[in-house]
Design a binder for this molecule. Structure first.
Ligand code: S3P
Length: 171
């Protein structure tokens, strides 16, 4: 299995872990948010100018593109909402191995403090309540991943475990 999708809430560390692991183990990293930003500008501005639905369409097109390309040894850092729209989760599960980086409400609150300016869905008043609602809505979706790991206690050794788990699932 050479296509691994990292899913999870904003702040769960998908992007930073993907970058760290890929460097160490020589995998390619595709950061979906970064690719969308390279092509279409900053995500908060995109939400503001074109709305969330437009962003979700771009996100799904990009996912299709990544799946079609089938590049070997590729780690995809998805956006927090990617598995929650359209049939994206099933697309990812059919094309590769889906790994949920799970973090608790308390952990996310600490990690997200001060970063709402880059995350339009968490901007504004009541950040805590927004995180709680998103987590409550999304947890049942995220938990359909092939594998779940605790986001905040991951080490590089976990990546080897993930590769093993994903490889044993389907070779
Ligand atoms: C979103 C999370 C963001 C980004 C966009 C929407 C979400 O990615 O895709 O702002 O719906 O949770 P991160 O999870 O990398 O912050």
């Amino acid at each position: 299995m050479s296509l691994i999708f990292l899913i999870g809430m904003p702040g769960s560390g998908k992007t930073s872990l993907a970058r760290l692991w890929a460097r160490s183990y020589n995998w390619q990293v595709l950061d979906m948010d970064a690719i969308i930003e390279q092509r279409h500008g900053r995500i908060p501005a995109l939400f503001e100018a074109k709305g969330e639905t437009y962003f979700r369409e771009l996100e799904q097109q990009l996912l299709q593109e990544i799946i079609t390309a089938r590049a070997p040894k590729t780690l995809v850092a998805t956006g927090g909402g990617t598995p929650c729209f359209f049939d994206n989760l099933n697309l990812m599960k059919d094309a590769g191995c889906v790994v949920y980086l799970k973090a608790s409400m308390m952990e996310l609150r600490a990690r997200l403090a001060g970063s709402t300016n880059i995350r339009p869905l968490l901007a504004g008043e009541d950040q805590q309540e927004r995180i709680r609602k998103l987590l409550e809505q999304r947890e049942p979706i995220y938990s359909r991943a092939h594998h779940t790991y605790p986001a905040l206690s991951l080490t590089e050794a976990t990546f080897v475990e993930i590769i093993d788990a994903c490889t044993n699932r389907r070779s």
